[in-house]
Design a protein around this ligand. Structure first.
Ligand code: AP5
Ligand code: MG
Length: 215
């Protein structure tokens, strides 16, 4: 099963991708996480993308397509969840070509429909495990044991540099202008389904399961 989770910043893509990894053994491919790892490693690529990410803008299509291309290899048996990619029409077209060349197919594109007004609050309250990346929220989703990651037991948590309200506004604008136009592209391919991203985390998970079972 190969799927895309599509939605604006804070829609819950990362949260649901982690659940799908646990439940179905799929592999999460988050371009945002890959870029943050490049930054943390101090690589040339990481330094190149830093200012663009911190301004809430999209990094260039060529760079992102290169980043994702070789990660699709070897995933045939497991299946993957694309989280944060594609994000522009040229990226969606490049993904089609990559999948075709690798003999892979896209099963579902799941749009996480959300009310933009709720997103700034969601993002402002977000923190993640520094070790495994599991995502939490100050109010909506705290670790079961205070200060301990539910998934890996780590006690280190981080907040993202681009989660300041003014940067989130720029990220939402980039979503509206550059990413939302890919919805009609996938509607035409008849793989697009929508779930209610405003429901609670478990309910969103149930709706995604229903889509994967053929809904
Ligand atoms: P990226 O890392 O992809 O960020 P994003 O798309 O802005 O999305 P987020 O990670 O902020 O949100 P999410 O949907 O994963 O929500 P989460 O599950 O964490 O990209 C970052 C940057 O990298 C971009 O701005 C760009 O510069 C660059 N980039 C990345 N990919 C690129 C590409 N393809 N092309 C060009 N540039 C690219 O949930 C958010 C919070 O809400 C959490 O606290 C969570 O606990 C809580 N929550 C989740 N679900 C619910 C719910 N149902 N109810 C209540 N709370 C919830
Ligand atoms: Mg994310």
């Amino acid at each position: 099963m190969n799927i895309i989770l599509l939605g604006p910043p804070g829609a819950g893509k990362g949260t649901q991708a982690k659940r799908l990894e646990d439940k179905h053994g799929l592999v999460q491919l988050s371009t945002g996480d890959m870029l943050r790892a490049e930054r943390a490693s101090g690589s040339e690529l990481g330094r190149k993308v830093q200012a663009v990410m911190d301004a809430g803008q999209l990094v260039s299509d060529d760079l992102i397509i290169d980043l994702i291309a070789h990660r699709l290899d070897g995933l045939r048996a497991k299946g993957f969840i694309l989280d944060g990619f594609p994000r522009t029409v040229p990226q969606a077209e490049a993904l089609d070509r990559l999948l075709h060349d690798k003999g892979l197919k896209l099963d579902r594109v799941i749009e996480m429909a959300v009310d933009e007004g709720a997103l700034i609050d969601r993002i402002a309250g977000r923190f993640s495990c520094a070790k495994c990346g599991a995502s939490y929220h100050d109010r909506n989703h705290r670790p079961k044991a205070e200060g301990v990651c539910d998934v890996c037991g780590s006690k280190d948590f981080v907040r993202r540099a681009d989660d300041k309200p003014e940067t989130v506004k720029a990220r939402l604008e980039a979503y509206r202008a550059q990413t939302a136009p890919i919805l009609p592209y996938y509607r035409k391919m008849a793989v697009l389904r929508s779930v209610d991203g405003m429901a609670d985390i478990d309910e969103v998970g149930r709706q995604i399961e229903a889509v994967l079972k053929g809904g």
